[in-house]
Design a protein around this ligand. Structure first.
Ligand SMILES: Nc1ncnc2c1ncn2[C@@H]1O[C@H](COP(=O)(O)OP(=O)(O)O)[C@@H](O)[C@H]1O
Ligand SMILES: Nc1ccn([C@@H]2O[C@H](COP(=O)(O)OP(=O)(O)O)[C@@H](O)[C@H]2O)c(=O)n1
Length: 204
């Protein structure tokens, strides 16, 4: 594909957005941007003493490659800086430029279909029950954090979703024209197949 074509994927924590986004990008040969990493890296720099706005304005490719961005603490730090309008504003141009690059792009996050790419050709809102999401995230994080409990992961997800949904700027919510994909009872292959089918409709 020569022209721009944007697939916007939003949803709450650990719903399967990233898994679907990566698979869709690989299937169609599109570029992929995990926009949560921008907020996680900003939060990590704030934890090291930078102000949130300076951190968001100075993000480098290396900042996005740190190996400590996937932890629960990094997710919580991300959602705190993500509520600051100036931090979000500092990250808009990069995301929009990525979305409109020639050849197609998939972006996943919280506000891609609502704020970053309201004209995206395809919009998905990926969700799953709180318990399903907590079990998936627990399975992911517990091998490297033996003290972690399922109850703690569930509480962290709920706190983060509540903060992301309640903020005034770019809150977590489905775009009016998004296709809602509940993955609670879908395998990864089934969820990806439904997303691929939605993109095929968008391309036709
Ligand atoms: N449909 C699914 N069924 C089972 N596990 C899934 C499914 N989708 C995602 N997962 C797993 O759940 C975890 C969280 O998925 P991820 O794509 O990282 O979510 P998000 O990007 O929304 O935070 C990962 O370990 C992933 O392999
Ligand atoms: N487009 C985005 C992406 C992430 N975020 C914030 O960054 C946090 C981490 O996002 P993430 O996508 O990496 O989190 P997971 O859904 O993977 O757990 C979220 O809880 C949001 O607060 C956002 O506000 N807007």
């Amino acid at each position: 594909m020569e022209k721009a074509f944007t697939v916007a994927i939003d949803g709450p924590a650990a719903s399967g957005k990233g898994t679907i986004a990566r698979a869709v990008a690989a299937h169609f040969g599109f570029a992929y941007l995990d926009t949560g990493l921008l907020y996680r890296a900003t939060g990590a720099k704030v934890a090291e003493g930078m102000t949130p706005v300076a951190a968001s304005e100075s993000l480098s490719p290396q900042d996005l490659q740190r190996d400590d961005l996937r932890s629960g603490a990094a997710g919580t730090a991300a959602s705190k800086v993500a509520a600051i309008p100036e931090v979000r504003a500092a990250l808009v141009a990069f995301q929009q430029g990525f979305a409109r690059r020639p050849g197609g792009a998939v972006l996943d996050g919280r506000d891609i279909g609502t704020v970053i790419c309201p004209a995206a050709e395809v919009k998905l809102y990926v969700t799953a029950s709180d318990e399903t999401r907590a079990q998936r995230r627990f399975a992911e994080l517990s091998p490297s954090d033996p003290d972690l409990t399922l109850a703690q992961v569930l509480q962290d997800l709920r706190d983060r979703d509540a903060r992301d949904s309640a903020r005034a700027t770019a809150p977590l919510k489905p775009a009016g024209d998004a296709l809602v994909l509940d993955t609670s009872h879908l395998s990864i292959d089934e969820a990806v197949a439904q997303a691929v089918a939605a993109v095929e409709v968008g391309m036709s």
